[in-house]
Design a protein around this ligand. Structure first.
Ligand SMILES: Cc1ncc(COP(=O)(O)O)c(C=O)c1O
Length: 360
């Protein structure tokens, strides 16, 4: 399947002068790639103008929620080209998500080519300011008009792109997180380790509650004991125990045990920590351990494509502030954030397959 580079009308969208006040996901580039699945196969993916699409009111996604998505970024490199980060890994995760949701798997090369085509067509819309990037959002949803309670036989695949700056409030350099004890995000055997839309729909009320109390993000706990840290609303969780100055710093992150998303930023951070010789332990991490001011945890940060590496300032819960970690990022967080920023912009070596270069 090839992407047909069909040129049509170009609705006004983001422009470079918007940089610095882009927000997250509020403006879009001029084109999308779209493909349809019907009769057991995918149609050719075509580049099209960004415009409204028409859907039957009986489309199954509206009733039963069969929808999955991905999120990846293109960054502006110093030489003016755009670098797409970890597209092949997203294609693999998209396939896994589709399988879990009873949806047809999209060939990974089609996914990657669709992402590349969207970035290449509107490469002028990849922002260059520090902290800015082009967020690329592939999505697949059930399109068959039917109320039958079964998997749809028709699907739409779309890739849209949005020039973005900060995921959190503009100017925010550290985040305050709210440990959620009343609601859960995922249990074993559920869908917590795939990127289906329903995971996010069910989490909105928790995010709203956290924001209403002055926090930036939800920190989800395990579904059984409400005791162990799982991940944030759209990011994986890392803690640093010990300190780099006395050689005791260790990176700790919850294991991939079926209830958290296997984040590509998480995987990248593990590689970057190994490059720096920082030991990494994947093990259950109790909330009490995170919030104990006399314990071994010295830093906490969130890691995800949308937010990058976000140092945590405060951990709170329904009883109020549980721990203040400090107003500045800790040394390990700062070092890994700098490494990450360098790798995604091509200023430090990437592993094989991490970057696709698109001429600027
Ligand atoms: C629930 C959740 N956890 C973690 C992540 C981080 O994943 P990645 O680093 O691949 O963006 C995301 C982002 O997509 C997410 O939605």
């Amino acid at each position: 399947m090839t992407v047909d580079e069909d040129q049509t009308a170009r609705p006004a969208a983001a422009s470079p002068e918007l940089e610095g006040r882009l927000g997250f996901g509020a403006v879009f580039t001029r084109h999308v790639v779209a493909a349809r699945y019907a009769d057991g196969g995918w149609s050719g993916a075509t580049l099209q103008p960004f415009e409204a699409i028409s859907l039957s009111p009986a489309s199954m996604v509206l009733h039963y929620g069969q929808a999955i998505f991905e999120g990846l970024k293109a960054f502006r490199a110093a030489d003016g080209s755009a670098l797409i980060f970890r597209a092949a890994d997203c294609a693999r995760r998209f396939r896994r998500s589709a399988a879990r949701m009873g949806m047809p798997e999209l060939p990974e090369d089609v996914f990657v080519e669709a992402v590349r085509a969207v970035v290449a067509e509107d490469v002028d819309q990849v922002p260059s300011a520090p902290g800015c990037s082009l967020y690329v959002r592939p999505v697949m949803f059930a399109a068959e008009p039917s109320l039958a309670v079964r998997a749809s036989t028709e699907y739409v695949f779309l890739v849209v792109a949005s020039p973005v700056d900060s995921f959190f409030a503009a100017g925010r350099t550290m985040i305050d997180v709210f440990a959620m004890r009343e609601l859960i995000r995922a249990a074993r055997g559920g869908t917590g380790d795939v990127k289906c839309a329903g995971n996010y729909a069910a989490a909105m009320v928790a995010k709203s509650a956290a924001v209403a109390q002055g926090y930036d993000e939800v920190l989800w706990l395990d579904a059984v004991e409400h005791r162990y840290v799982e991940e944030f609303g759209a990011m994986n969780c890392f803690a640093v125990t010990g300190r780099p100055d006395d050689g005791t710093a260790t990176l700790v992150t919850p294991p991939l045990a079926g209830t958290i998303l296997p984040g590509h930023t998480r995987a990248t951070v593990l590689t970057l920590a190994a490059r720096r010789g920082i030991p990494v332990v994947e093990r259950p991490l109790a909330l009490d351990e995170l919030t104990d001011p006399d314990g071994s945890v010295t830093e906490v940060f969130a890691a995800g494509t949308a937010a990058g590496i976000a140092p945590v300032r405060t951990v709170g819960g329904s009883e109020g502030v549980l721990r203040k970690l400090g107003d500045e990022p800790g040394p390990v967080t700062a070092a890994l954030a700098a490494d990450y920023a360098a790798v995604v912009r091509g200023a430090a070596p990437a592993e094989d397959g991490w970057l696709i270069r698109v001429p600027g």
